[in-house]
Design a protein around this ligand. Structure first.
Ligand code: C2E
Ligand code: CA
Ligand code: CA
Length: 779
C-alpha cells in the first residue's frame, strides 16, 4: 500500500522542492545541474522580454487615456517616465546575468520593483476617480498580471513578486473603496494566477529535464553509431516513409560500389534487387524484406542476396521503424556483408552432407534422399529402390596394405559405383566399406536386380592400387518402397537384413528383402546373446568323431567338434551357432577353448592317433594364433605332428589377412593342415599350392553324389584323389554312412574315411573306450 501511495506524495513534495530551486533560493530538489536550469529559465523569460515591456507601455498609455484628463499631469508624467525607465532597463538587462541563482533572484527583485512602480499610479489617480474607474484600473492591472504570469513562465520568483505586489498591493490600496466581493474577486484572481504560474514553472522544469535527458540519450546514441560505423564492417542505412533510402552513408554506397548521391532517394528493395533477379521474379528474401517494410515491422538478420562489387554477395539486414511525433518516419537499420560466413556455412553444410574421402553422399544425405524418394512414392504412386553394398575382403586390404591403400581403393570403388549408377540414382557411402544407392524412380524389381548385379560385376573387377592388383568383391542387399518399408529407417534396416543374408551366402551375391529375414535376424541376435552367456557359463563341450584308415578301418584320428546344449533351447547345431560366433567375433575364444580341450583329450589316446581341430578364417587372421597353438601344445604336452588343423578354402578368400603366412608358420611348428569341405567353396585346386596341406577332406555332398553315381561327383573325387596323390597329400572322404559307400570310396582311392558308418561324434569318454575295447580285444 505504501508503495502505491508513496509516488504521489513524493511527486508533489518534489514539485515544491523543484519550485524552490526554480526560484533561485537553493537547490533542495537536488537538480543535477542547477546552473543549466537557471540558464534555461532565463533564456525562456528573455524570449517574452519585449512583450512584457510592450505590455507595460500599453498599460501606461491606457492610464493616460483613462486618467490623463482628471489627474495631475506632472505626477502622471513622472510616474510614466519611471515606468518607461524600468521598461528600458528590463529590455537592456535581458542578456545580463551569469545564469546563477543570484540572477534569478535579481529578476525577482526587479519584477517586484516593477509591480511596486505600477502600484504607484493608484495614489495618483485615486483622488479623482470614481469606483468604476478604479475597478477599470484594477482590470488593467489584472491584464498586466496575466501578462506577467505568462511572461515569466519559467521564473516563478519574478512572477510571484510581480503578482503579489500588484495583486495584493492593489487590493490593499483599494480596500476602503471596494466591496468585500470586489476584494475577494481580486485576491482570488491573484491566487489563481499565482497557482497557474507555479504549475507552468514546474512543468517547464519537468520538460526541460526530459528534453535534456533525450538530448543526452541521442548524443550517446549518435556517439555509439559513429563509433559503430567507424569500427565495424557493418554500415547504417535509413529510409523514408516510402522505403526510399536517404542520408546514404559512404560505407553503404561503397558496399554497393556506387556513389552516395546516385543512391539517394531510390527504393531500398529496388537497389538490392538489381542484378540478382530476372524481371518479375523476386527472391523470397526480398519479398520478405518488402513485406516487413510495408508493414512497418522490425526485423533482424534478414539475409538477402545482393549483386555488388562484381559478384553475388549476401547481406544481412536488421532494422526497426522510426517514429517522429508518433508518426511513422521510415526505417533505420544496419547491414553487414556476411558472404564469407555464408560461404563457410555452405561449405560446412556441404561437408556435413558428403563423405570426405569419396565425395559421395554421406549417410545423412542418403537418408534425406531416401526420405525425399519416399515422399515422391506417396505422391506419384511409383516405387523407389534402395541398395546397400558391402565390399568383400576389403578389411584384408586395409590390414595388409595399410589404410592409405584402403582409402585409395575406396575412392576407386566410389568412381565405379558412380559410373554404373549414372544420374538416375544417388550413390553414397554409409561408412567403412559400406555403400548405398537410392533409386527414386524404380519401374520394376527386375531393374533393381539388374543394377545390383551390374554393381557386383563392376566392383569385382581387379583394381590397380600402388602397383598392386587387388581383388575384392561385393554383396548387395536391397529393399523396395513402399512394399518393404514406408519410412527411411525401415527401408535401410530391411536392406541391411537382405545384405546380411547375401553375405551369409558367400561373396558376390544380391539378396532382396523378404519378411522372413526379420525372423532370422531376431533369432540370430537372440542366439548371439545366448552364445556369449554359454561361453561364460561353460555350456559348451567337445565331441570327437573317428577318422579311420580306408584300408584297415583303424582309427587314425578324431575330429573334435564343438557342441552347445542350451538349458532351454536344448542342443544347438554348430552349423547354426558357428556362423553366429564368427559374425559376433566369438569364434576365436570358442576355437581356442576347443583346441585346448582337444589337445588335452588327445593325450589319452594311443600316440599314433591324431586330433583334428576346425579353425575359422577369423582365427587364422589373428597374429597371435600361432602362439595360441603353441601354448595349447605346451600345456597338454601333445607333439605338434599329432595335431591337425582343418581350414576351408574361405581362408584364401580373405587373402591379405596374413592367413597364408600363418599357415606356413603353423606348418613350421610341425602341425598338420587339412583342407576341409573341399569342393563346396571355390573349388580351386590352385589353393593346394598355397600352403603345405597334409590332407584334403572331400565334402560329404560328393560322397553322397558318388554313391548315387552322379558323374560330376565321381569325376571330382577322382580328380581330387589324383591331384592329391601327385602332391603327396592324403584324402579323407567325409560323411560316409553305409558299407556301400565305404567300398565305393575305397575303390576311388581315398586314404581315410570319416562318417556315421564308423562312428558318430562321441563324448571323450566314449572315444577313450574305443581304444580300451580294442586293447582288450588285442589282449
Ligand atoms: P565339418 O568340419 O565339415 O564337420 C563335419 C560335420 O559333418 C559334423 O557336423 C559332423 O557331425 C558331420 N558328419 C560327419 N559324418 C557324417 C555323416 O556320415 N553323415 C552326416 N549327415 N553328417 C556327418 P557338425 O558337428 O554339425 O559340424 C558342422 C560344422 O560346424 C563342421 O563341419 C565345422 O565346419 C563346424 N564346426 C564344428 N565344430 C567347430 C569348431 O570347434 N570350430 C570351428 N571353427 N568350426 C566347427
Ligand atoms: Ca572339419
Ligand atoms: Ca568338413
Amino acid at each position: 500500500m505504501n508503495r502505491l501511495s508513496a509516488p504521489k506524495i513524493t511527486a508533489s513534495a518534489r514539485d515544491m522542492l523543484a519550485l524552490v530551486t526554480l526560484m533561485g533560493l537553493g537547490n533542495p530538489a537536488r537538480i543535477p545541474d542547477p546552473l543549466r536550469l537557471h540558464r534555461a529559465q532565463l533564456d525562456r523569460s528573455r524570449r517574452t522580454c519585449v512583450a512584457r515591456c510592450g505590455l507595460f507601455l500599453v498599460g501606461v498609455a491606457c492610464v493616460w487615456l483613462m486618467f490623463g484628463r482628471y489627474s495631475s499631469a506632472l505626477a502622471l508624467s513622472g510616474w510614466s517616465l519611471a515606468m518607461i525607465a524600468l521598461a528600458i532597463r528590463t529590455r537592456c538587462a535581458r542578456h545580463g546575468g551569469d545564469g546563477t541563482s543570484r540572477t534569478v533572484r535579481r529578476h525577482g527583485f526587479w519584477a517586484f520593483l516593477n509591480g511596486c512602480a505600477w502600484l504607484a499610479v493608484f495614489p495618483i489617480v485615486m483622488p479623482h476617480a470614481s469606483e468604476s474607474q478604479l475597478f477599470a484600473l484594477w482590470i488593467l492591472s489584472s491584464g498586466l498580471m496575466v501578462g506577467a504570469a505568462f511572461g515569466y513562465p519559467a521564473l516563478p520568483l519574478a512572477s510571484i513578486a510581480f503578482l503579489c505586489s500588484v495583486g495584493f498591493g492593489s487590493a490593499f490600496i483599494l480596500h476602503p473603496m471596494m466591496s468585500f466581493g470586489h476584494l475577494a474577486l481580486m485576491a482570488g484572481f491573484t491566487l489563481l494566477l499565482l497557482l497557474s504560474n507555479m504549475r507552468q514553472a514546474i512543468d517547464f522544469a519537468a520538460r526541460l529535464h526530459t528534453s535534456q535527458r533525450l538530448e543526452e540519450q541521442s548524443e550517446v546514441v549518435s556517439l555509439l553509431l559513429k563509433e559503430f560505423e567507424g569500427s565495424s564492417a557493418d554500415w547504417l542505412w535509413q529510409t523514408d516513409t516510402e522505403g526510399s533510402i536517404n542520408s546514404v552513408s559512404p560505407r553503404f554506397a561503397q558496399a554497393l560500389g556506387q556513389e552516395p548521391s546516385a543512391m539517394e532517394g531510390r527504393s531500398l528493395v529496388g537497389i538490392l534487387a538489381k542484378g540478382t533477379e530476372p524481371a518479375g521474379h523476386r527472391s523470397a528474401a526480398l519479398v520478405a524484406l518488402a513485406r516487413k517494410l510495408d508493414n512497418h515491422e522490425a526485423f533482424t538478420d534478414l539475409a538477402v542476396p545482393v549483386e555488388a562489387l562484381g559478384g553475388l554477395r549476401w547481406w544481412e539486414l536488421s532494422a526497426s521503424p522510426r517514429y517522429e511525433d508518433g508518426q511513422f518516419a521510415g526505417f533505420r537499420g544496419v547491414a553487414s556483408d556476411v558472404t564469407p560466413q555464408r560461404e563457410n556455412a555452405d561449405r560446412i553444410a556441404q561437408l556435413a552432407r558428403f563423405d570426405m574421402l569419396t565425395n559421395l553422399a554421406n549417410r545423412m544425405q542418403v537418408t534425406e534422399a531416401l526420405r525425399d524418394a519416399l515422399e515422391h512414392v506417396w505422391q506419384s504412386g511409383q516405387r523407389a529402390g534402395f541398395l546397400i553394398i558391402d565390399l568383400d575382403r576389403f578389411k584384408s586390404v586395409n590390414d595388409t596394405l595399410g589404410h592409405q591403400a584402403g582409402d585409395r581403393l575406396l575412392m576407386l570403388v566410389a568412381d565405379r559405383l558412380r559410373a554404373v549408377c549414372g544420374d538416375r540414382a544417388l550413390c553414397g557411402r554409409l561408412g567403412g566399406d559400406e555403400f548405398a544407392v537410392v533409386i527414386p524412380e524404380l519401374s520394376n524389381r527386375l531393374n533393381l536386380n539388374r543394377l545390383a548385379l551390374a554393381i557386383i560385376e563392376t566392383l569385382s573387377q581387379p583394381y590397380e592400387v600402388d602397383q598392386d592388383t587387388l581383388y575384392i568383391g561385393a554383396c548387395v542387399g536391397s529393399a523396395i518402397a513402399p512394399e518393404d518399408g514406408s519410412d527411411a529407417e525401415t527401408l535401410i534396416r530391411n536392406a541391411d537384413l537382405a545384405l546380411y543374408r547375401a553375405k551369409e551366402e558367400g561373396g558376390g551375391r544380391h539378396f532382396c528383402y523378404e519378411p522372413a529375414l526379420h525372423h532370422a535376424a531376431q533369432e540370430r541376435r537372440h542366439l548371439e546373446m545366448a552364445l556369449r552367456e554359454a561361453l561364460e557359463k561353460d555350456q559348451l563341450h567337445v565331441v570327437f568323431q573317428p577318422v579311420v584308415d580306408a584300408m584297415d578301418g583303424e582309427v587314425v584320428a578324431f575330429e573334435s567338434l564343438a557342441r552347445w546344449t542350451h538349458p532351454e533351447m536344448g542342443p544347438i547345431s554348430p552349423a547354426k551357432f558357428v556362423p553366429v560366433a564368427e559374425e559376433a567375433r566369438l569364434i576365436s575364444p570358442i576355437g581356442e577353448w576347443v583346441l585346448r580341450n582337444a589337445c588335452q583329450e588327445a593325450m589319452n589316446w594311443p600316440p599314433h592317433v591324431r586330433v583334428a581341430v576346425n579353425v575359422s578364417a577369423e582365427q587364422l587372421g589373428r597374429p597371435d594364433f600361432a602362439t595360441v597353438v603353441m601354448s595349447a601344445l605346451a600345456h597338454s604336452g601333445l607333439p605338434a605332428h599329432r595335431l591337425e588343423l582343418e581350414v576351408t578354402e574361405s581362408v584364401f578368400m580373405r587373402e591379405g589377412t596374413g592367413a597364408v603366412a600363418m599357415l606356413d608358420q603353423l606348418v613350421k611348428l610341425g602341425v598338420r593342415l587339412s583342407l576341409d569341405d573341399f569342393g563346396t567353396g571355390y573349388s580351386s585346386l590352385g589353393y593346394l599350392s598355397r600352403a603345405k596341406f597334409s590332407t584334403i577332406k572331400v565334402d560329404r555332398s560328393f560322397v553322397q553324389g558318388a554313391a548315387r553315381n552322379v558323374p560330376e561327383s565321381l569325376a571330382i573325387i577322382r580328380a581330387v584323389v589324383a591331384m592329391a596323390q601327385s602332391l603327396d597329400i592324403e584324402t579323407t572322404a567325409e560323411g560316409v554312412e553305409t558299407a556301400e559307400e565305404v567300398l565305393m570310396i575305397s575303390s576311388l582311392g581315398c586314404n581315410k574315411i570319416q562318417g556315421f558308418y564308423f562312428g558318430r561324434p562321441m563324448q571323450a569318454a566314449d572315444a577313450q573306450a574305443l581304444f580300451a575295447q580294442r586293447n582288450s580285444r588285442v589282449a
